[in-house]
Ligand binder design. Structure first.
Ligand code: HEM
Length: 517
């Protein structure tokens, strides 16, 4: 009897608890919705956020695509709640101008993330440093030592030597398998930046593991880490990202410390000065002292910027070229006309390879190296575009959506390099200062300082591959026909690589390529 009445009692109390919990949830949701709607008039429109997670659940695997679709409904300036953080998503060139030009200084800081703190020594490099005197000084130093037109001209021999070495390596390879384009050009870009910044030449094996370390860092730096948005869940490391950061940071720190120790021990006045020397000299400077961690952070930023930026452009461009035989024919005709069959391409040929330049620009329009600019952050509350934007609001500029906006670009989805020669694209200013419809390097104070170097590597690498070789896709295992190339992308944090790496088969096109042996 006791047992029976007990079992009859339990459902009643359970039911009561469920009702109370449901009532509590309704009250929380109503209060949340009331607070949210109260604020709604003052901030840009956006999808309704859930309590705690906000809109994090909506991002999906390809956030640039999801956010582009949402902006069709909510407009080119949209608010999202990512956990507890207010994030604005910018999806048109007009809105980009508001944030990157009109209010450039206000939004010139970066939103610090756990990955940026962990991998860039508490944001003491350039990419993630808060806007201010330190950032300005470090950026200036890197430009002077590494990225200015004068220094780029000085380092021209390195780029030409490394690109010839890549061609030699392809010619001499006895591996019968199709060539992995990304892997080949990633090693090339990493070799170039290591020689330019550190005066160090690494083995192929080292370069391969080094580029994969940098790729993992790019992924971690651009990931939507739940811990960044819901700080009290950070300790749970739900996506396992914190664990990966710590692991990669150890490898990176070991490598950078070794490079510095070796240079300090070497102390040879006859070796030409490079970026590392300049940083070490600044660290001894009494006016502007640099900690060892800051030196490592700045070096890391340069290696990161130099390694995994040009390779995806070459890989996407090769993919488009292999899909568009007409573009390939036009490119190879231009190369024959400007360079001829007697030699390989030199960097000084590039200004006359105008169709090639248009191919690289068109590739960057459709496949920007990063689908979003690095997150910008508002330094104070301000009225922008008619909205009250609070202090510490994150801003995500969707470069991918802007490059494919049908209102700015005719046949926006199709690959048409000609538009950069005589269409709307020819008015696009590569400095990113006038027309923000083409924004792969950002604009304003935070825009990429490595644009010229990145473009040189992408243009020379692509030109050389297409001038020295003819290319075909491997046969499909299933039907023995030529493979149909897909153009599916993967969101890899900051970068935007192909979902399936491009493999292709080269056959020498120039007689002189055989002499490179
Ligand atoms: C074609 C290749 C490249 C592309 C497409 C590219 C693109 C970008 C983009 C989109 C940004 C963010 C701009 C913003 O947030 O507003 C950026 C920043 C940056 N890039 Fe590049 N980049 C390339 C090559 C390079 C190279 C070769 C280096 C250096 C060796 C470099 C170093 C940097 C640095 C240090 C920043 C941070 C600037 C700052 O916050 O002040 N980049 N880049």
């Amino acid at each position: 009897m006791t047992i029976e009445s007990g079992s009859q009692q339990r459902p009643v109390s359970q039911e009561l608890y469920i009702k109370l919990a449901a009532a509590f949830l309704v009250v929380v949701l109503a209060a949340w919705s009331f607070i949210f709607r109260g604020r709604k008039g003052s901030i840009p429109p956006g999808p309704f956020p859930l309590p705690i997670i906000g809109n994090l659940h909506m991002l999906g695997k390809l956030p640039h695509r999801t956010l582009a679709s949402l902006s069709v409904k909510y407009g080119p300036l949209m608010s999202l709640r990512l956990g507890s953080t207010l994030t604005l998503v910018v999806s048109s060139s007009e809105m980009a101008r508001e944030f990157l030009k009109t209010h450039d200084q206000l939004f010139a800081s970066r939103a610090p993330s756990a990955a940026a703190k962990c991998l860039t020594y508490n944001c003491s490099g350039i990419e993630f440093a808060p806007y201010g005197a330190y950032w300005r000084q470090m950026r200036k130093l890197c430009v002077l030592q590494l990225l200015s037109p004068k220094r780029l001209e000085y380092f021209r021999f390195i780029r030409e030597e490394e690109i010839s070495a890549m061609i030699r390596c392809i010619v001499n390879s006895d591996d019968p398998r199709p060539l992995n384009i990304n892997q080949t050009v990633s090693s090339l870009a990493t070799a170039i930046i290591c020689r330019m910044a550190l005066s160090r030449k690494y083995s192929d094996q080292d370069l391969r593991s080094f580029s994969s370390m940098l790729r993992e860092s790019f992924m971690l730096l651009g990931s939507f880490n739940i811990g960044d948005y819901i700080p009290y869940l950070d300790w749970m490391d739900l996506q396992g990202l914190n664990r990966r950061m710590k692991k990669i940071q150890k490898t990176q720190d070991y490598f950078l410390q070794k490079v510095i120790d070796e240079r300090v021990a070497q102390n040879d006045p006859n070796v030409p000065r490079d970026l590392l020397d300049a940083l070490l000299a600044t660290s001894a400077d009494t006016e502007f002292q640099l900690s060892p961690d800051s030196i490592k952070a700045v070096l890391f930023d340069m290696l990161l910027g130099g390694s995994d930026t040009a390779p995806p452009i070459i890989e996407w461009a090769m993919s488009e070229v292999l899909k568009n035989p007409l573009v390939l024919t036009k490119l190879q005709h231009e190369l024959e006309h400007v360079v001829g069959f007697g030699r390989i391409v030199c960097e000084t040929d590039l200004p006359r390879l105008v169709y090639l330049q248009a191919v690289v620009k068109e590739t960057l329009r459709l496949y920007p190296q990063g689908p979003f600019l690095f997150r910008h952050l508002s330094a104070e509350a301000r009225n922008v575009a008619g909205y009250e934007i609070p202090q510490n609001t994150s801003v995500l500029v969707n470069v991918w959506a802007i490059g494919r906006n049908p209102e700015s670009w005719k046949n926006a989805e199709s690959f048409q390099p000609e538009r950069f020669m005589d269409g709307v694209g020819s008015e696009v200013d590569a400095s990113g200062d006038q027309n923000l419809d083409w924004l792969p390097f950002g604009a304003g104070r935070r825009r990429c300082p490595g644009q010229q170097l990145g473009t040189l590597i992408a243009e020379l690498g692509l030109a050389q591959l297409l001038h020295c070789f003819n290319w075909r896709l491997p046969l499909d295992d299933m039907n023995g026909q030529n493979q149909e190339l897909d153009m599916i992308e993967r969101f890899n944090g900051i970068t935007f690589p192909r979902a399936h790496e491009l493999f292709a088969i080269p056959t020498p096109r120039l007689e002189c390529v055989a002499d490179l042996k």
